[in-house]
Structure formats: structure tokens, C-alpha cells
Design a protein around this ligand. Structure first.
Ligand code: C2E
Ligand code: MG
Ligand code: MG
Ligand code: MG
Length: 287
């Protein structure tokens, strides 16, 4: 009796697993289809220098305009494909689309550094450098120095030697690099010496609690010190309030990105936003 129910249970479990695999397969197929059907869209979130309110750049963040579900955020679909080649197709679409947008902005006199998020699998792909080179060649009016690639600190740590090589080769083209979600990757101080990233992006989890949690404040202070010591730039993400910005400036971090500046917005709204942006008085006073 016990044996029988055991076998039945195993059987049931098997079916469930099968169902799960099929669902994931369908979801992935749907994501691939979304790319072909042009259902993805890039939103852009500004970055500013709090000392004077200059807009220094934008980050491209992908959205899925799903015909039934509305706007779907990247955390709801990218994890399903990050270990497949779909993430590479999506990443290439993001790079191309971003350069296209930058070309418009450059023509209108906006000299912004625009960053794209690139997955580890894509970045580590043998064709990454060549593809990047050919995309840049398609937009000769966009200075490569205006393009920035964000890779997760945790991803860069997977294979520091390889990441270092690709990073340096891309930098030869003029492209900049940022280490995203910095501080969450259990990094040792010494590996930063080997990674020529131009900028560290302080993870928003530290920024969120910095006004209440002195440990987070200390961590941010340490990251700013690290950036200074290694002559890298540093920016805080997730700057939701004016007070967060003031506290960051006191620690020597002058670049900010977050809802306190602007939420990500469709490309069509960016220029109008930039024309009407007013820097908080407290930030100017803190400078
Ligand atoms: P990320 O690159 O660290 O981007 C920051 C995320 O925090 C974005 O979420 C942004 O909308 C959100 N954010 C910005 N300011 C604030 C704030 O003040 N408060 C809070 N609570 N959140 C804020 P989003 O757009 O949902 O993207 C999530 C993650 O998905 C990104 O994290 C990035 O890792 C990934 N991602 C987004 N677009 C792409 C893409 O085109 N390709 C790849 N491979 N990954 C992407
Ligand atoms: Mg990012
Ligand atoms: Mg981040
Ligand atoms: Mg993140």
C-alpha cells in the first residue's frame, strides 16, 4: 500500500515537472516572439550631477508592451531567458535601439552618456566585441564615448580575467563601463585593480536605508573611498528623496539616479523632461 502511493506520488511529481518545463518553454517562445513583433520598448532614466543639476546621461531600461498584460517590467521576463541565447538577441536589440535614440539626441544637441544593461552570457559571448563594433559603425554620428555598458558586479566576478579582456577591448573603441549593483557582489578590494571599469554604481539597497542604517552609510562611504582611491567615478542608484541626495553629497558621491530625479520614461518624453528639469535647492546648497 505504502509502495503504491509512493509510486503514484512520484508519477504525479513527474507530470508536474513536465508541465513546468512545457510552460517555461512556452514562455520563452513567447518572449522570442515579442522581439519579432516589436513589443519591447526602451524607457530612459536620467542621471544628474547634484552639484549643479547638469544631466549627465540616461540609462536604457527595457519594458514589454504586452498586448494583454500591459507594461511588463524586465524582472518578470528577463530571468526566464538569461541562460538562453534569447538574452543575446534582446541585448543586441537594446544596443541597436539605444544607438538609434542617441543619434537623435546628438542631432538635437544633447551630449548624454547613455548606458545599456548587458547580461553576463551576452558579454561573455565570443561575438560581443565584433557586434558592438559593427553597431557603432552603423551610427557614425554617435561618439562611442557616449555609450556605456553596465554589467552586474556579481557577473564581472564570475570570470575576472575574461571580463577584463573584453572590457579593455571595448574601451579601445571608446565605450565606457559601469559595474552595476556595486557592493552586492562580495568583492574583494583587489579585484577592482584588475577590472578597468570607469564607474561604480552603488546598489540601491544601500541607498534605500542609508538614512536609518549606519552600516549602509558606512558601506556607501567605503565604496566612495574605493572609487576615489582607484580613480573611478561613482554614482548612486535608487535616490528616491532629496534627503538621500544630500546625504550622498556629504559622503562625496555627487552623481545620482532615482525616482527623486525622475522615474524611467519613454524616449518620446525625455527631451521635454530635460528642458523643464529643475534641480532641488538643497542639492545646490550642499555643493
Ligand atoms: P538596474 O540596472 O540596477 O536598474 C535599476 C532598477 O531600479 C530599474 O528597474 C529602475 O526602474 C529601478 N529604479 C530606479 N530608480 C529607483 C528608485 O529611486 N527607487 C526604486 N525602488 N527603484 C528605482 P527596472 O527597470 O525594473 O529594471 C530592473 C533590472 O532589470 C535592472 O536593474 C537591470 O538589471 C535589468 N534590466 C533592465 N533593462 C535591461 C536590459 O535592457 N537588458 C538587461 N540584460 N537587463 C535589463
Ligand atoms: Mg543598470
Ligand atoms: Mg543597478
Ligand atoms: Mg539591479
Amino acid at each position: 500500500q505504502a509502495k503504491l502511493s509512493g509510486r503514484n506520488q512520484y508519477h504525479l511529481f513527474d507530470l508536474q515537472k513536465d508541465e513546468e518545463v512545457r510552460t517555461r518553454h512556452n514562455q520563452r517562445a513567447r518572449i522570442r516572439e515579442a522581439l519579432l513583433k516589436d513589443e519591447f520598448e526602451l524607457y530612459f532614466q536620467p542621471k544628474v550631477d547634484m552639484r549643479h543639476g547638469r544631466i549627465t546621461g540616461m540609462e536604457a531600461l527595457i519594458r514589454w508592451n504586452h498586448p494583454q498584460r500591459g507594461i511588463v517590467g524586465p524582472m518578470e521576463f528577463l530571468p526566464l531567458v538569461e541562460n538562453t541565447n534569447i538574452i543575446i538577441d534582446i541585448g543586441n536589440w537594446v544596443i541597436h535601439q539605444t544607438l538609434q535614440q542617441m543619434s537623435n539626441w546628438v542631432a538635437n544637441g544633447y551630449n548624454w552618456i547613455v548606458s545599456v544593461n548587458i547580461a553576463a552570457r551576452h558579454f561573455q559571448h565570443a561575438d560581443f566585441l565584433e557586434n558592438l563594433r559593427s553597431y557603432l559603425a552603423q551610427f557614425p554620428d554617435v561618439p562611442p564615448e557616449y555609450l556605456e555598458i553596465e554589467i552586474l558586479e556579481s557577473a564581472a566576478l564570475q570570470d575576472v580575467q575574461q571580463v577584463r579582456e573584453v572590457m579593455s577591448a571595448c574601451q579601445q573603441l571608446g565605450v565606457r563601463f559601469a559595474l552595476d549593483d556595486f557592493g552586492t557582489g562580495y568583492s574583494s578590494l583587489s579585484y577592482l585593480k584588475r577590472l578597468p571599469a570607469n564607474i561604480l554604481k552603488i546598489d540601491q539597497s544601500f541607498v534605500r536605508d542609508m538614512l536609518e542604517d549606519s552600516d549602509d552609510l558606512a558601506l556607501i562611504s567605503a565604496i566612495v573611498g574605493l572609487a576615489n582611491a582607484f580613480k573611478r567615478e561613482v554614482i548612486a542608484e535608487g535616490v528616491e528623496t532629496i534627503e538621500h541626495g544630500v546625504a550622498l553629497m556629504r559622503l562625496g558621491c555627487n552623481f545620482a539616479q532615482g525616482y527623486g530625479v525622475s522615474r524611467p520614461m519613454p524616449a518620446s518624453r525625455v527631451e521635454k523632461w530635460a528642458e523643464s528639469y529643475v534641480q532641488p535647492e538643497q542639492w545646490l546648497q550642499q555643493a
